[in-house]
Design a protein around this ligand. Structure first.
Ligand code: XLS
Ligand code: NI
Ligand code: NI
Length: 446
């Protein structure tokens, strides 16, 4: 039975029609570009929670979503039907990866034992599908934030029973990750933060979180689950302040607790914006530290101050993100672009899920094309090399080599005139650079 009333989404290329339809204009999966197949650069992943579970609620309204499997009264029957719908969706969209939380797949029972039984039944079905379709899991994760038991956090909960339960839940989630062959395992600290400092022992909570991550890593090793472990920063929402605030804060935490050997970062566009950063900034910080792991693809809206998880459509942002990826040579050792994104509440029909992924995939494919063209032409490399040229010889080279100290630099600088120092600086011509980038976007995609 077909759940989705569309044919397989194919690459049709640009110039056929300007109107968007159920086809890709920039994403051509098998095309070799920059030495790799496009699909291997991008490794798109469908997020189970947003695509199949999301009812399209907002803080003021109930769900509007119409989904083709909304006809079962028994939640397990619905969960099983959703797996069929999901695999048909992956096939029709033409993606090779998906990502999920444990609780996306199956309803909870009264005890963890019952919950695990429900979950295992669904995972059995997923594993069967994987055998016939070759579908892979970019990452799995554990939902340690929805249920009221996690009201004050999971690993950072002030209640030891909740820490213990979280560990037990995570243990099974790691076992599932191994069964489905997940390439990464993500930790987003849903409520790992605080509402108020007046009642919070921050140091103790952070130590608990670190211990939790260490135990997770130890258990993954014990069972031979080799996924790359990833932490996903987000500054706020749902808590007032989340401990994994942004890439830089999370890296400091990882280094403080010796987690930086085993963990890398999963970065998300909308989270970057909430932290007051661009997506590009977060990716740059991570890759500079050698800790870029994977990317959650979505975008926020300047006019709305929360995590709205829009499908990416802003080409300028995808160009900037893919510029970083192209410089790095890959998204991460096992990274991909997971669409942590959902349609607007007013886009409630089933096909809107396809249009959403199409605009997201085409936007990143277009970004990749532009970034590779800029790299091939050394546009920014030449500008950057020139900008730092004074460190390649003379006093600059000595500074970098560590062979001069403050006294030497005082001697070097003491009699330099205002005019000489002014002459040492050059205009950045930043507007010219931005105009050049615009030309690259327009011409590459033409
Ligand atoms: C929420 C997060 C979440 C993680 C997975 O804002 O983005 O969806 O990616 O738990
Ligand atoms: Ni995310
Ligand atoms: Ni998010």
């Amino acid at each position: 039975m077909a759940y989705w009333q569309v044919n397989k989404i194919k690459y049709i290329g640009p110039h056929q029609s300007l109107k968007s339809d159920l086809g890709f204009q920039y994403y051509n999966p098998e095309e070799i570009i920059g030495g790799k197949k496009m699909k291997d650069w991008l490794r798109f992943s469908v997020a189970y929670w947003h695509t199949f579970d999301q009812r399209l609620v907002d803080p003021f309204g109930d769900g509007t979503a119409i989904r083709p499997y909304d006809k079962y009264s028994d939640p397990m029957d619905q969960a099983l039907a959703k797996v069929d719908a999901a695999f048909e969706f992956y096939d029709k969209l033409g993606v090779n990866y998906f990502s999920f939380h444990d609780r996306d797949l199956a309803p909870e029972g009264d005890t963890l034992r019952e919950t695990n039984q429900n979950l295992d039944k669904i995972v059995d079905k997923i594993v069967e599908y994987q055998k016939t379709t070759g579908m892979k899991v970019l990452w799995n994760t554990s939902n340690l934030f929805n249920n009221p038991r996690f009201v004050a956090g999971a690993a950072t909960s002030p209640y030891a029973d909740i820490f213990a339960y979280s560990a037990a839940q995570l243990k099974h989630s790691l076992e599932i990750g191994k069964r489905v062959g997940a390439e990464n395992y993500v930790f987003w600290g849903g409520r790992e933060g605080y509402e108020s400092l007046w009642n919070t022992d921050m140091k103790r909570e952070q130590e608990h979180a670190a211990r939790f991550f260490q135990m997770a890593k130890e258990y993954a090793k014990e069972i031979g689950f080799q996924a790359q472990m990833l932490l996903e920063p987000k500054p706020k929402e749902p808590t007032t302040h989340q401990y994994d605030f942004d890439a830089a804060t999370t890296i400091a935490f990882m280094k403080e607790y010796n987690l930086d050997q085993d963990f890398k970062l999963n970065l998300e566009g909308n989270h970057a914006n909430l932290a007051g950063h661009s997506y590009q900034h977060e990716i740059r910080v991570a890759r500079t530290a050698g800790l870029l792991g994977s990317l959650d693809a979505n975008q926020g809206d300047k006019l709305i101050g929360w995590d709205i998880d829009e499908y990416p459509s802003n080409l300028y942002e995808t160009v900037a993100a893919m510029y970083e990826v192209v410089q790095e040579g890959q998204i991460g050792p096992h990274g991909g672009l997971n669409f942590d994104a959902k349609p607007r509440r007013s886009s409630f029909e089933p096909n809107d899920l396809f249009y959403g992924h199409i605009v997201g995939m085409d936007s990143f494919a277009a970004g990749l094309r532009v970034a590779l063209k800029m790299k091939a032409d050394h546009v920014l490399e030449d500008i950057i090399n020139e900008r730092y040229n004074s460190y390649n010889s003379g006093i600059g080279a000595q500074i970098e080599a560590g062979t001069v100290n403050f006294t030497d630099l005082e001697k070097y600088s003491l009699d330099k005139t205002q005019a000489q120092l002014r002459a040492a600086t050059h205009s950045d011509h930043l507007e010219q650079i931005k105009d050049t980038i615009n030309h690259y976007i327009i011409e590459t995609l033409n």
